[in-house]
Design a protein around this ligand. Structure first.
Ligand code: ADP
Length: 627
């Protein structure tokens, strides 16, 4: 009875809230649960006057990209305030933290969809509020049934000089460049914010400033960057495209700096990057790029962002691509026409399981890429641009070249929660507590070996070298202390305790670490190389002498789909090439949607370079294209 009373009062509150906000949002009278609740409200409200909630303020701690505290205030009938304490990612999670609490209060309901591209943050907020509702004695299920009303908007027809599809790194570089050439630009973006996978990237951008002191000190040159990129991709990349990537990389850095983007001093080697030539932005992850592009748009007219608009088909007239047909947020049709060119920059297909499986069949690189294998990508990265380009006759190249990393979070596939800080000072063990691979090897070799392990899962094992306080942050701005507190990493004073926490046989873990330490300390190794061929044992910067300084740390990791190197074939002008080898007039492509640059294996730090170099060319050439 008490429960019914709550639902009854809740439905009344929702109806009232709808009335008060001019019905901008109203309860979901389309769902059975809400309808039943509303009926009960009508019959019971007259006789019952008890409140929906126990008034007060309640808190819950949840995990988005990082730990978040959600504090909700209730009066007897309504949610009156929601406060968040969070450290979500600027440009991705932060906009959701800014808007979603207001939406929940306005709706007096929890039936709000997660924002595409920021699902972790969205779900954390919804979960935190639900927890507080429960604490206040409210009915979470009834609140989830309260959904915003969707009113289909009118169809739209828009025109600009240049149309860019996808507001990730490549698309935004193209949009800004086309605008710098004096053109009006419309950017079509599926999600509610710019960023794409680029915003989630570690931020490293490989570029050689040929002849500079920094390059000379590292024996680096554009030619060496070329060799490492080409050979690192097993010589499968198109030499002309690789040459362009490395030759124009530093111009790209200078262009970004001219736009106001700040980089940290010095250079570093990113995992899988092979050489100390990565520039690291001051802002975390890829957010600096989007802050820079946004600042440009704040100062210059002519770039219109069409968010929550999904490109569906390219429009072709007399063999020329002239625009794109899209679907708006409410299912309405949005037709966008370009006076000049169209740039395709929709990213890869890491989140399209069907495409992953289909193209993995071609190379059989991976035992499986079905839905059990997560991805580091945002949910929007589903190969749409590749499908659209194929519809107008584009040639697809090297689609089976799909890069996985062995470092995915078991829940989300994200690279967040990674506890390693240097290749030299960590080992990987399987569920039996045994090492199984050279942890300093290629990304693909490590991941393939991980596929062979029980439950396709491993633990990174570290000691406290490099974590003197535990407050040092990883690429995702997470400290190891945060991760341990959130149950995403383990910490123990002895290896035996650590083994118990992660459920591996203690004697195996101890023996594994002892053997590894023997190599680190360099003792008694004559004629006894590491059984997996590992050569990186000591990291002088970290004064690493093996895994022997308590506390010890562990974190579980699984294979995760990271980058799809195949895609639409382009030439050095970023013109899209058809199956006959001819240019498709009016259509340009840049970024992960394209194929044939990185070959079988993309070097760490080359993806951001790709977005800037090819994005700029696509923007420039689409601006210059005349029908
Ligand atoms: P790149 O690194 O190549 O720039 P990103 O992953 O950073 O790729 O960006 C791709 C962008 O394209 C993302 O913001 C994604 O949401 C967007 N996108 C993907 N498919 C579509 C589509 N059909 N319509 C509009 N935008 C799309």
């Amino acid at each position: 009875m008490r429960k019914n009373r709550r639902i009854a009062a809740l439905a009344m509150a929702a109806v009232l809230a709808g009335a008060m906000t001019g019905c901008q949002s109203k309860p979901a009278d389309t769902t059975t649960a809400a309808t039943e609740a509303a009926t009960e409200a009508a019959t019971e409200a007259a006789t019952e006057a008890a409140g929906t909630y126990t008034p007060g303020t309640y808190s819950a701690t949840v995990t988005g990209m990082k730990e978040m505290t959600v504090t909700v205030t209730f009066d007897a009938d309504a949610i009156t305030d929601i406060q968040l304490e969070h450290e979500e990612t600027p440009g991705i999670g932060v906009p959701v933290c800014d808007t979603m609490p207001g939406q929940i209060i306005e709706l007096q309901g929890l039936g709000i969809d997660a924002v595409s591209g920021a699902t972790l943050t969205s779900n954390a907020i919804l979960e935190g509020v639900a927890d507080c509702v429960e604490q206040a004695g409210g009915d979470v299920e009834a609140l989830k049934a309260v959904k915003p009303e969707v009113v289909k908007e009118a169809d739209e027809e828009l025109t600009a000089d240049v149309v860019v599809i996808g507001a990730g790194g490549a698309g935004m570089a193209a949009a800004v460049t086309a605008n710098q050439a004096g053109k009006s630009v419309i950017v079509i973006e599926k999600t509610a914010s710019m960023g794409g996978n680029t915003a989630l990237a570690g931020g490293a951008l490989n570029a050689v400033d040929e002849g500079s002191e920094e390059a000379l000190a590292r024996d680096d040159s554009v030619e060496f960057h070329y060799q490492q990129t080409y050979e690192g991709g097993d010589e499968q990349g198109d030499p002309e495209l690789v040459r362009k990537l490395v030759t124009e990389a530093y111009d790209g850095v200078e262009w970004l700096m001219d736009l106001g983007m700040e980089f940290q001093p010095g250079l570093f080697t990113v995992t899988g990057g092979m050489w100390e030539r990565a520039h690291k932005p001051v802002e975390p992850e890829g957010s600096g790029f989007f802050k820079t592009y946004q600042a440009y748009m704040d100062e210059h007219d002519g770039i219109t962002m069409k968010y929550e608009t999904t490109a569906k088909h390219l429009i072709m007239e007399d063999g020329v691509v002239t625009g794109v047909e899209c679907e708006g947020k409410t299912g309405n049709k949005v037709t966008v026409t370009a006076n000049n060119g169209v740039v395709l920059a929709t990213g890869g297909f890491g989140r399209n399981v069907e495409m992953r499986e289909k193209y993995n069949e071609e190379t059989k690189l991976w035992p499986t890429l079905d839905e059990s294998i997560p991805s580091t990508n945002t949910t929007a990265i589903t190969g749409d641009g590749i499908i659209m380009a194929e519809e107008v006759g584009a040639q697809l190249v090297q689609m089976g070249n799909i890069q996985l990393l062995p470092l995915g979070d078991p829940e989300t596939g994200s690279l967040s929660g990674n506890i390693e800080h240097a290749v030299e000072s960590r080992i990987f063990v399987n569920k039996e507590g045994n090492r199984f691979v050279n942890e300093g090897g290629r990304r693909d070799e490590m991941t393939l070996a991980l596929f062979e392990q029980p439950d396709t899962l491993m633990y990174i094992i570290m000691d406290s070298d490099g974590y003197p306080t535990g407050d040092e942050v990883n690429n995702f701005n997470e400290t190891i202390n945060d991760l341990v507190a959130a149950g995403r990493a383990y910490k123990a004073d002895t290896l035996e305790e650590l083994a118990e926490q992660i459920g591996v046989p203690a004697e195996n873990l101890v023996a594994t670490v002892e053997e590894y330490n023997r190599h680190c300390l360099g003792g008694d190794l004559e004629g006894q190389p590491d059984e997996f061929g590992r050569t990186l044992f000591t990291d002088t910067a970290q004064e690493n002498d093996g895994i022997n300084d308590a506390p010890y740390y562990a974190a579980a990791r699984v294979p995760t789909v990271h980058h799809t190197m195949g895609g639409v074939k382009i030439n050095v002008n970023t013109e899209v090439i058809d199956t006959e080898g001819n240019v498709i007039p009016g259509l340009y492509a840049a970024g992960e949607v394209t194929g044939g640059i990185h070959g079988s294996n993309r070097l760490g730090g080359n993806a951001l370079t790709d977005t800037v170099v090819f994005g700029r060319t696509a923007g420039e050439n689409a601006a210059a294209f005349e029908r």
